[in-house]
Design a protein around this ligand. Sequence first.
Ligand code: NAD
Length: 365
Amino acid sequence: MQLQQSSTFEMMEREEFEEIVFFHDSSTGLKAIVAIHDTTLGPALGGTRMWSYRSELDALRDVMRLAKAMTYKAAAAGLSFGGGKGVIIGDPKRDKSEVLLRSYGRYVQSLGGRFITAEDVGTTLEDMRVLMSETRHVAGTSIDPSPFTAYGVYCGIKACLEYVFGDESLDGVHVAVQGVGKVGGELVRLLLESGARVTVTDVDASRVRRFIELGASYVEPGKIYSVQCDVFSPCALGGVLNDSTVKRLRCSIVAGAANNQLESESVAERLSNLGILYAPDYIINAGGLIAVAKEYECARRGREPSTEEIMRDVERIRDRLEEVFRMSESSMGEEMVITTSRAAEMLARRRIEEARRLKGIYLPD
Ligand code: NAD
């Protein structure tokens, strides 16, 4: 996004944004931006991030990038939600207070349900509970999304194995997991339980010990890319797949939880040329979002979803990956090969365009 040269309206037009709202409350010092990218499929769902941005332009750039990504993620996950995001400008350690959060909550409420928020970087579940004293448009307050994200990645890896080897069994399959935090750690547990051979790494050595005890092998963080394995699973940072790391990969499949894994679309082309199947990040890591969306929808009907119900929804990640793989495969041999990453975008866009043709399936109340 080239923001500097453009006016806000030009940026909104180019990136197809519906609404961007700037909130300011001098009594609490609140400065916040909510970006609603697209509500064709439903109200915009997205976390609220609190961060000490270097400039207001940086904050605007971030909120727009994140909101647009949420539109694609929700659409590709088959959810009846659109994409949005909120940012509160400030240092969460220094500037966060109950009055500031409540002020933000009142602004969120003023959007009348077009934007539903959840926790993100710099905000916590406790903060969301504070917002709830001012607005009912908060999701994910009674659910930990990480285990569902891990379960979705686990199901996605099975779909990849079925596609590449014609057998979804994890027995004896070697998976290299980068990052054993909330998602990676739970994924390793599921993989080991299913008989997989697992190699782990993490910059925080104290996190790895538990998994070595459970039977995983360990390599130093810099060596994880060159582990000879069936599946490389990035579950730490974004942007880890670039020209230099892809060269070192010794796997048949890349399937992990990290957001924005590809440094650029050209990396997807390189993976495809090397015959490595790439599971698009925002499809395979949507388990947590699916869980939060389910919780919000059920709460509106006055009930709580069961874990089994959520898991059934998360398992459908497999179908979406299979669809993306088929779309990509059908273009093989043609002049313009559709990478799996491009296919994911096409899948999301197709859902939104179909809903638009039906003149919108969501009417805000
Ligand atoms: P986390 O912070 O709990 O875990 C990340 C782990 O990666 C940590 O243990 C950290 O020490 C390790 N790490 C950081 N840099 C590393 C490096 N260079 N090499 C090896 N290890 C490194 O985070 P999480 O919630 O498990 O999320 C992991 C990834 O999945 C993130 O990219 C996140 O955005 C994405 N994601 C998470 C969820 C969720 O539900 N938590 C949902 C969707 C996407």
